[in-house]
Design a protein around this ligand. Structure first.
Ligand SMILES: Cc1cc2nc3c(=O)[nH]c(=O)nc-3n(C[C@H](O)[C@H](O)[C@H](O)COP(=O)(O)O)c2cc1C
Length: 230
């Protein structure tokens, strides 16, 4: 098991279908202030800029100007290619959410594990830890407007089954999958790993499928003018 990892959700699994947590988990409180997603200046100009952490984050190579190096390192980290997804979460009761994320990747092919790295302050963090599941929606490249709408608190209509007026469906776990997603993976939480100011939630794929034609191009970060982290 990875260092710092723990099995299953706090207080046991509440998502539909799957496993019972072996050990209740306490997540350490955040030690540093929120280092939020950052957007390019042009995005900030449109009032979409999220707060950034005050001060510079080390370490710095010997002789480097901290400010200059900080900006260079950001550009390098932003240059790392990634996809762009909506993570659906639920506490297994009445609370549901959707959140734009790019820190999503497959971690193992046997078992089939996918990891999502989530800010400790996010509602999504609370719901995945409580419910023990998450779903990743792969977004149509033509639907980039969707990811802009899931970077702030979401309007949930349980009766209409919508998140921000976008219909969702529930698959094996009950975590919401956007109905207009190209494809999805639905995961039960297996481990959670402290990762600085984020938590890496490791889930096993218990359901997956295409909701649109398999050849539909999916959205990647490079298709937008957005960035995160860096
Ligand atoms: C392009 C982009 C990518 C993002 N990727 C992530 C990510 O991988 N992990 C994360 O925790 N937040 C990410 N965020 C920030 C969340 O979308 C944002 O904090 C959201 O409001 C959290 O939602 P919640 O509190 O409703 O869960 C990203 C934001 C943007 C604009």
């Amino acid at each position: 098991m990875l260092a710092g990892a723990a099995n299953g959700p706090k207080g046991g699994r509440r998502c539909r279908g799957g496993f019972a947590a072996a050990t209740p988990v306490e997540t350490e409180p955040a030690e540093s202030p929120r280092e939020a997603g950052t957007l390019r200046p042009s995005e900030c100009d449109k009032g979409r800029c999220m707060p950034t952490k005050d001060g510079l984050v080390g370490p710095f190579p010997e002789g480097a100007d901290p400010d200059e190096y900080d900006r260079l390192r950001r550009r390098v980290l932003w240059a790392m290619p990634s996809g762009l997804y909506v993570i659906g979460s639920t506490d297994g009761a009445q609370r549901l959410n959707g959140m734009t994320a790019n820190w999503v990747t497959q971690l193992s092919f046997d078992p089939k594990w996918v990891g999502v790295s989530v800010e400790r302050e996010a509602l999504t963090h609370e719901l995945i830890a409580a419910g023990g599941c998450f779903a990743v929606s792969l977004i149509d490249r033509e639907d980039r407007v969707i990811v802009r709408k899931f970077t702030k608190p979401v309007d949930v209509d349980l009766a209409a089954k919508t998140l921000n007026d976008f219909s969702y469906v529930e698959r094996a776990t009950g975590a919401p999958v956007l109905a207009q997603a190209v494809a999805f993976v639905d995961c039960e939480l297996r481990q959670q790993v402290e990762a600085g100011n984020h938590t890496l939630f490791v889930g096993e794929v218990v359901d997956a499928g295409f909701l649109k034609d398999e050849d539909t191009p999916v959205l990647r970060m490079e298709d937008t003018r957005m960035n995160y982290g860096g």
